[in-house]
Design a protein around this ligand. Structure first.
Ligand code: ATP
Ligand code: MG
Length: 226
């Protein structure tokens, strides 16, 4: 099991965001996570890559309890999990290509081979012509695709995407979705937090996806009526 939550509760300070959440995410699966703004989707994803510890219950990543990971363990998990953050952050003074390559550079893996992969990756997300552009020169859709490219540059086994289609139009959302579906077909486990039900409907014709919803502080498996 890639990600496993057992009776997990989470609260920041006083108020409890959710409680008694159990979930098993199998390798190669595709999940959506929905729920109203403020229900805890981002928090949930953060639990799923070890950025947060649950206030109760157990989170196991690749079979290991996150409480037992330690610094090296956390670093190891981070290499196996690519994250597309809700508020995409790039370094303004670096080109798009350098921003995407940053995980390689900081881990000392910026070898010529890997740099070839970078080129391929930029091509895959349709951003090769924009490789030299700076973040301030990118459109919303270009930023979102660059964020996805950066999340997958280390060839993670799992991709967690937090509203990857926020603030972009429908055609671009579909394009992002197609990229995620392609990754999944190549074996990557995908978990996408989104409030966009149209996107989920569109995905259901392309991939077998489970839809999870945070509602009333619980995690529910959404019905087949979607
Ligand atoms: N570090 C933090 N400290 C305290 N409260 C927090 C922290 N992070 C999030 N919260 C609160 O927890 C709740 C859930 O936040 P979260 O970002 O997980 O929701 P979300 O479902 O992702 O919302 P959105 O759809 O707007 O992105 C919110 O009320 C938020 O204010
Ligand atoms: Mg969020």
């Amino acid at each position: 099991m890639v990600i496993e939550l057992e009776r997990v509760a989470m609260s920041y300070g006083g108020s409890e965001l959710f409680a008694d959440i159990s979930l098993k995410v199998q390798a190669g699966s595709f999940h959506f996570l929905t729920g109203p703004s403020g229900s805890g989707k981002t928090t949930f994803l953060r639990l799923c890559y070890g950025a947060l510890l649950p206030t109760a219950g157990q989170v196991r990543l690749f079979g290991q309890d996150v409480r037992d990971l330690g610094r090296d363990g956390v670093a190891h998990v981070r290499r196996r999990v690519g994250v597309v953050h809700q508020d995409v952050q790039f370094l303004d003074h670096l080109s798009l290509a350098d921003n995407v390559a940053l995980p390689l550079t900081v881990s000392g893996r910026d070898t010529p081979d890997q740099m070839d992969n970078l080129d391929e990756l930029l091509n895959w997300v349709g951003l090769r012509p924009r490789a030299a552009a700076f973040p301030a020169q990118l459109s919303g859709g270009e930023r979102q695709r660059a964020a996805l490219a950066r999340a997958v540059i280390m060839s993670p086994e799992v991709v967690l995407a937090d509203e990857p289609t926020g603030n972009i139009d429908w055609d671009m959302s579909q394009r992002l979705l197609t990229l995620l579906v392609e990754l999944n077909r190549m074996g990557t486990t995908i978990l996408v937090a989104t409030h966009d039900m149209n996107l989920i409907r569109a995905a259901k014709s392309q991939v077998q996806a489970r839809v999870l919803r945070i509602s009333g502080r619980r995690l529910q498996l959404a019905g087949a009526d979607l």
